[in-house]
Write a protein that binds this ligand. Structure first.
Ligand SMILES: NC(=O)CC[C@H](N)C(=O)O
Length: 312
């Protein structure tokens, strides 16, 4: 276990410096609009929240404004599925970076309907099936699970986002049906997609997300409620996957520049953790060509550079 001795670090100053340096980049990214409702996000919005294992918290900017969590929610459904199926999960989904965009279909046919990893859409849809096939009232269950992790009972599904995702989710439907044809989706495809679109459509803020990720920074035990969500070994595995696959075909660049396990979403959020110390969530809706927040990646790069801490 890495122990960090940074109690005197001026976290608030660091966040404010980053927030000032990042401003010119906000206009450079492109807000996602392939789910039309995402296109309504304010490109000038920017927030950072950090939650330390020791209970301290700091934030700047729009850290308390809700946004669409999108793929960040895949981490929570994976945690649920992994805790239910244990290592049997890896019979259904791989552990390798895909090197392809998050919504790509191309590898699936050559690889017999087994997605490369749980964070590309195909993989997250298989993970969704694992939860749906092994639980009752699965969407409400995962929403309550996420509320518990974040310590916020008010987290809600954004219905307009959900309708937009469903109406324009042809690619995800294609992925799900294709995998069903290989026998890698057990439940009804529509039920699985409802669950998948549902958790992607949750609205949360940076503070909710940095709090929710703390169990991954603390070997599977959430320091805010003392509950164990994963074994230490399972938490290590999810963090490893976040490092190699959490930012899709930019995961190499993200690891190179930031040096932390992290997960992005097309709503412009990125969550990352420093094992043994803290979790951080950054939000800026303008995306780069990989679908990761452009200013968000830069802000995380500045964070590890200025503090001198990363996992390396
Ligand atoms: N990268 C993402 O955040 C993608 C999630 C989005 N709901 C989709 O399925 O396309």
């Amino acid at each position: 276990m890495i122990e960090h001795d940074l109690p005197l670090h001026n976290w608030q100053n660091t966040l404010e410096e980053i927030s000032n340096e990042i401003r010119p980049l906000l206009s450079k990214g492109k807000v996602a609009d392939y789910i039309p409702e995402l296109g309504t996000a304010d490109k000038q919005a920017f927030g950072i929240s950090i939650s330390l294992i020791n209970g301290s918290e700091y934030y700047v900017g729009d850290a308390l404004t809700n946004f669409s969590v999108q793929s960040i929610s895949k981490v929570f459904s994976l945690t649920k599925a992994f805790s239910i199926l244990k290592d049997d999960l890896w019979k259904r989904v791989g552990k390798e970076p895909s090197g392809n965009p998050f919504n790509s279909l191309v590898q699936l046919e050559n690889e017999n309907g087994k997605p490369r990893n749980p964070f590309i859409n195909a993989g997250a849809i298989v993970v969704a099936d694992c939860v749906v096939s092994n639980t009752e009232d699965s969407l409400n269950l995962i929403i309550d699970y996420i509320r518990e992790l974040a310590g916020n009972k008010n987290i809600q599904l954004n219905q307009a986002m959900l309708q937009s995702e469903k109406s324009f989710g042809h690619r995800n439907a294609a992925l799900a049906h294709f995998m069903k044809s290989y026998g890698n989706i057990e439940s009804d495809v529509d039920e699985v997609l409802d669950f998948y679109f549902g958790h992607c459509s949750l609205s949360m803020n940076c503070q909710d997300i940095s709090r929710a990720f703390l169990y991954l920074a603390n070997h599977g035990v959430h320091p805010r409620n003392n509950r164990r969500y994963l074994s230490a070994s399972q938490a290590k595995r999810i963090n490893s996957l976040l490092l190699t696959c959490g930012t899709y075909d930019a995961a190499g660049d993200f690891a190179f520049r930031v040096g932390l396990p992290g997960k992005s979403g097309v709503g412009g959020g990125i969550a990352a953790i420093i094992p043994g110390l803290l979790s951080i969530c950054i939000w800026s809706p303008g995306l780069d060509k990989y679908g990761n927040s452009l200013a968000g990646v830069k802000a995380l790069e500045l964070f590890t550079t200025k503090t001198g801490i990363s996992i390396f």
